[in-house]
Each structure stands twice: as C-alpha cells, then as structure tokens.
Design a protein around this ligand. Sequence first.
Ligand SMILES: Nc1nc2c(ncn2[C@@H]2O[C@H](COP(=O)(O)OP(=O)(O)OP(=O)(O)O)[C@@H](O)[C@H]2O)c(=O)[nH]1
Ligand SMILES: [Mg+2]
Length: 461
Amino acid sequence: MVVFAVVGHPNKGKSSLVTTLSENDRILVGAIPGTTKRANRYDFSIDAEVLYSLVDTPGFQRAKAVLDWLEAHAKDASDRSNVVAQFVRLHEHDGRFYNEVELLRPIVAGAGILYVVDGAKPYGPEFEIEMQILRWTGNPRLALINLTAKGDYIGQWQSALAQYFSIVRVFDARRADFASRLHLLSAFSELNEAWRPFMSRAIDALVNERRRRLVLSATEVANALLDCMSYTESAVLTQDHNRAQLQHALRDQLRARLQNREAQARHCVQSFYGHSALQRREEALRLLDVDLFAERGWALFGLSKMRLMVTGTAAGALAGLSVDALAGGTTLLFGASVGALVGGVGTWLGGDELAKAKVLGSPLGGTTLRVGPVSAPNFPWVFLGRAWAHHHLVAERNHALRDAISTVIAEQGNVMDRVDHALRRELAQIFLALGKEGRTAALVDRLKERVITLLEASPGA
Ligand SMILES: Nc1nc2c(ncn2[C@@H]2O[C@H](COP(=O)(O)OP(=O)(O)OP(=O)(O)O)[C@@H](O)[C@H]2O)c(=O)[nH]1
Ligand SMILES: [Mg+2]
C-alpha cells in the first residue's frame, strides 16, 4: 500500500489537497497558518480496500535549524537519509522541532513526498531549505503547485522545483475535477516502479466507483421521477365539505409529497458520493434551494415553451392538436404562435394547473375527490433539470465548476433546453408512453438508461 506525506510551508493548501484526494470532508482547512497541528493519516478506500493513504502534516517551522543539525551530523551524501531518521528519533520529545518531527516521521517510515507550494505567491529562498531537507530523505518526491488566489508565479516555481523534484505538476487543490485527479494519480505511479500496480488499481477502482455512483444516482432519480408522476391524493367528499377547500388541501398534500420525494432522491445521490452533509454555501447550491414549485425554478430548470411544444409532451395542453402531429413536426410551431396557443402562464408554471382534480364515485356510495397525478407538461423536465444540476454539483467537488454552472443556469435558464436533441426526443417519447401505458418494466429501464446519459453530460456546457 502506498502512503504519501503531504508537506510544505504553512497555509499553502496541504490540507485542501488531502481533502480532495481522500474525499474526506472532515479535514480541517483554514485561512490561519498553522491550522493543522499534528500529522494525521487518511486512508482512501473503496469496498473496504485501502487504495492509498495520505498523511496531512503541519507546515515547516524551523527548517533552517533542522538543516543545520543535519549538515552537522552527516558524514557524506550516503549517510543523509540515516541522519534524517536519526534527527526524528532524537527529537521525538523536543518541543522546538515538534512540526518537523511530525512531518518527517511518515517520510522516514517510507512515505512518498508531495510537496505543496502556492503558485499565487512568489518563490523565495526560504523554500530552498525545505526542499533540501526533503531531498536529504532520498524518498520519491513530487511537487505540486497549488493556487490559493490569483497571481501567477508558476514559471518561477517550476524552475526552482525542477532542481529538487523529479515531477512537478500544477494542481489546483480545490478546483481539481475528477480527470485531473486521475492524472495526478498516474503521476504518482511514475515516481516509483513498485507503486505502479497499486496506483493503477487505485485508478481503475476510482473509475469503476465513479460509474457505479452515476448509475446508482440515475436509478434513484428515475425512480423518484416515476414516483412523482404517479402520486395522487384523495379524500371522501361529504356534503359538509366545501369542495374548493378540500381540493386546495389535497393539492397542498400532493406538493408536499412531491417535494419530499425529491429531497429524498437528493439525499440518496449525496450519500452515493459521500457528501451527506453538503455545504450549501455556494451560489449554485442556493439555486438548487429554489422551491420545486417556484415559478423562477420552473423557468431555470425546465424546458422553454418552444422546446416543450416541439417535444409533443405538452400536447395535452392544446385542444384540437393530435399528439402525433406535435411529436413528429418539430417545425410545426414556433415563435409567438407558441405562446398564443398555450395560453396562461399557469399551465406552464405548475400553479393551479399542476394536477387536475377529479370527482370519483365510490363503491360504498358517496364520492371521492382525487387530485393528481401531476399533469403539468413541464413537470418531468423541471424535475430532471433540477436533478441534473444537483447531481453535477455533487459529483464534481469543484468550486470553479460550481460557479460556472450556477452562472449559466442563472443567466440562461431552461436547463433542459441544453439537452442533446436526440436525448430530449427519447425522453419525450418515454413521458408520452408512460401516460398511455403506465409504469411498465420496459419503460422504467428505458428511462433509467436515458437518465444515465443525461447525468453523464454537463449542464454548464
Ligand atoms: N481559492 C483557493 N483557496 C485555497 C486553495 N487551497 C487552499 N486554499 C485556502 O488557503 C488556506 C489554507 O489552506 P489549507 O489547506 O488549510 O492549508 P495548509 O497548507 O493545510 O495550512 P496549515 O495546516 O495551516 O499548514 C485556506 O483558507 C484555504 O481555503 C485553492 O486551491 N484555492
Ligand atoms: Mg493543514
């Protein structure tokens, strides 16, 4: 098993890197230098198999004094790694070198070195002392240029680091997406021949795990959508009942049930990705907080009127036009005529038209009032648009991406308009077939496959 010690100057993003590579949200990251007080090991495992471990360490404090000690005790170059080990042994209880002992201990025990620097700040000679100490250990080492802010000193850093590290990479600890993570893991395997099989197992496992999470999420989203499209609420309509009041109450119940089902699906998706307690700080996540039935949300996440018309799923909203005519003719309706045909905004935004109410006879006499299932044509699109954006933000822990997506969603809206044309048509056909045939096993499978395709794409593209 491969262990990496993440070391460097205080406050350069060491803990951020460990968080990203170990998928552990509980690691303390902070603006104040010295946030990490002692070395902590974090295992990254899949299916109870530890694939690699990272040791988060406190930053160097007294590098110069350490190097002086090492130089005073080493006979020649062949002796250097032993002298580092000796330094750690002799200073275990020496408070002056607490940080250095913490960070060198895992290295002496054989860990690979990940040296983290900040490419947003200039290079300075004090770093050379740290790099010299790390070179003395003789362990395989890789340098990562992180960027904690704007400002580009990457070139300077690259020339300095290249003299001490066999591999130098720019790696944004907080912005790195899945692909750059894989890229970094393959660099680890270049560091040491013996690590190669472990790292390629780790990469395979990560890719498989990623696929597994995607399929689980798509299945849950598809099931949640099918549940939502089938829910109804009903109550006995007695003489004393005011029908309008009862209908109102049933509609509220239905909405609450739909909201709960969506929340449950989101919770599942987050837990598949190990983010049960997702921070809701980012703007993108605030967009997701828009109520399932808020007008703004429907405009943001659903299909535009035009697109909704040409899919044919809105045919029910149009008297006198056949479903087939609409599904077939993508150029049948366009421009202003769409709005004129559709009528009031309520039909589109789910208001009172979310679900129809029906009075049903009961075998025991009396009547029942039933509200639902949801009939608003945009509902399945809005539901999928929200699930798509949510999944993407959960799957990419990447802050920059989150910002980009939230901007696209907020500025352009109609998230589902960005779905590839063929996929949109297939989804529309599934929704229409569901209306006619109900929830058959074949349709459920087809929907699940389409949702997988949807979640694989990026809503911010
Ligand atoms: N914007 C941005 N900020 C970052 C990035 N990496 C780290 N930071 C910030 O920089 C500060 C330090 O990050 P940490 O990961 O705690 O740094 P550290 O090297 O572990 O620090 P110590 O434990 O104090 O030695 C925190 O405020 C982070 O939020 C990054 O890639 N982008
Ligand atoms: Mg730290």
